[in-house]
Ligand binder design. Structure first.
Ligand code: GLU
Length: 307
């Protein structure tokens, strides 16, 4: 298949959509991003990459980091993880407090904010400190991306903390139900640092390969997780990766995927490739509007959906 022509075509077809979404502005440090940007990269199992647009430009990964923290938590806690967190779609906005109260402080899944904050807490227990939990997640991301330059943007993390009342409320609510072991500010602080990591579409599509290949990096042969754990992470990406638009993403795109409010979306074509698209304007549910459309066009043109 001529992947380069296909993504070039997609890049032309999405152009009329610029201006129809909104850049995330609830994190002031992200509000100033130029909205008129688009990038898409495909990474195949032999490392070949096809890119279009600003594929070298770094952006804030935000909730895409939840895929990586979930991976590590599942690796270390296995099924025990599900005593503190579920794996059902929430059908609610990413930062909703209501469901968490009804469900006694147990987050529906690892990809809503409460779930990822809870996972951060589990990783802090496992690694023994805030610093170790942050560093080990970063090392893991560098390893799966095969890029050792990746770092967090402290200005973005601080901006999130300054306006992080909702995330702090979620953590406090879990703490009140005895479903958070460490101090609220410490856990949320590390969660924000992971969200503030900066990567580009080349790095992120490369980072998805272990999930497309049953937990093993097809380029380095490093085994990160078991095939069964990889299956479960893909399943949760498919059912919960886009908050209350997860059904819509499965309907239009048909791939396991995870979005972030920085405008990035990662997706997995099982046994074939990792994909990342980025465009900062978001739809009403906080997912990249143009990124979602680009992925829909991709699976329509190539037939590479899981359905
Ligand atoms: N750091 C963001 C928040 O907690 C992540 C949300 C997202 O990317 O969907 O609000």
């Amino acid at each position: 298949m001529d992947y380069q022509s296909i993504i070039d075509e997609i890049s032309n077809e999405i152009t009329p959509l610029f201006g129809t979404g909104k850049v995330a502005n609830y994190i002031p440090a992200l509000a100033g991003v130029n909205p008129k940007q688009f990038a898409m990269t495909l990474t195949l199992f032999d490392g070949t990459q096809y890119s279009v647009g600003q594929a070298d430009t770094l952006f804030s990964v935000q909730s895409i980091s939840k895929v990586f923290t979930f991976t590590l938590a599942l690796k270390f806690y296995s099924k025990d993880l599900y005593s503190r967190i579920g794996h059902e779609p929430s059908g609610n906005p990413f930062n909703s407090l209501v469901q968490l109260e009804y469900e006694n402080g147990k987050p529906r899944n690892p990809f809503i904010n409460a779930g990822a904050i809870n996972i951060t807490d589990a990783l802090m227990n496992h690694y023994g400190s805030c610093e170790a939990a942050y560093n080990e997640v970063l090392e893991f991301i560098k390893s799966i991306s095969d890029d050792y330059s990746i770092d967090s943007n402290d200005v973005v993390a601080a901006s999130e903390m300054q306006y992080g009342h909702r995330n702090l409320a979620l953590a406090n609510l879990m703490k009140s139900f005895n479903n958070l072991d460490n101090e609220v500010e410490d856990v949320v602080g590390i969660y924000f640092k992971h969200c503030a990591l900066e990567m580009n579409t080349k790095m992120l599509s490369r980072a998805m390969l272990y999930l497309a290949n049953h937990g093993v990096d097809p380029i380095t042969d490093k085994c990160y997780i078991t095939p069964s754990q990889a299956k479960r992470i893909n399943a949760v990406m498919l059912t919960c990766g886009h908050y209350d638009a997860s059904g819509d993403f499965a309907f239009h795109v048909g791939l396991p995927g995870k979005s972030g409010v920085g405008g990035g979306i990662v997706a997995v074509v099982p046994k074939t490739m990792g994909i990342c698209v980025w465009s900062p304007e978001l739809n009403a549910q906080g997912n990249s509007l143009i990124g979602t459309k680009a992925l829909e066009l991709f699976t329509d043109k190539t037939g590479l959906s899981i359905f």
